[in-house]
Design a protein around this ligand. Structure first.
Ligand code: MG
Length: 163
């Protein structure tokens, strides 16, 4: 068997549909919007994609394993708690978080004015510099469910480095 590499990449994807009477939370930041995302937690699709990227890099099961949407005790949970849990796994397996790069795909609302606040919040949860976090916002050019503004999707990759 080959020696394991001193670093590993991870990838995560998530999507949530819009729902009335919900607060829109992305990257741990409240975004002004006439509707939010549906979900068992606060439905922070970006934080979920990042958490799955981290867990994937470590070869661990996805966030549904740690935070099942059938568990009433975690209804409405702040997704920064989910991210913090993924972060603890990095440390306990002897790795450190290198960087994160993510893309939020949303037709509306406009995400770009909130990117630096999101980086600050995520950096604080994950104990890394804001400079180690990339977040892009794009639309789906009107195509498909995201293009019809029925929800928001997020993709994320991360690098973890063996200590
Ligand atoms: Mg999710």
């Amino acid at each position: 068997m080959n020696t394991p590499l001193p670093f590993r990449i991870g990838y995560g994807y998530d999507i949530h549909p819009f729902a009335e009477n919900r607060t829109l939370i992305l990257g741990g930041v409240e975004i002004p919007s006439d509707k939010g995302l549906a979900g068992h937690s606060d439905a922070d699709v970006l934080s979920h994609a990042i958490a799955d990227a981290i867990l994937g890099a470590l070869g661990l099961p996805d966030i549904g394993h740690y935070f099942p949407n059938t568990d009433p005790s975690i209804k409405g949970i702040d997704s920064q708690e989910i991210l913090a849990r993924a972060h603890r796994e990095i440390e306990s397996l002897g790795y450190t978080l290198g960087n994160i790069d993510a893309t939020v795909v949303a037709e509306a609302p406009k995400i770009s004015p909130h990117l630096s606040a999101m980086k600050r919040r995520l950096g604080s949860t994950l104990n890394i510099a804001q400079e180690a976090i990339g977040i892009k916002a794009t639309t789906n050019e009107g195509l498909g469910s995201i293009g019809r503004a029925e929800g928001i999707a997020a993709h994320a990759v991360c690098l973890v480095i063996k200590k």
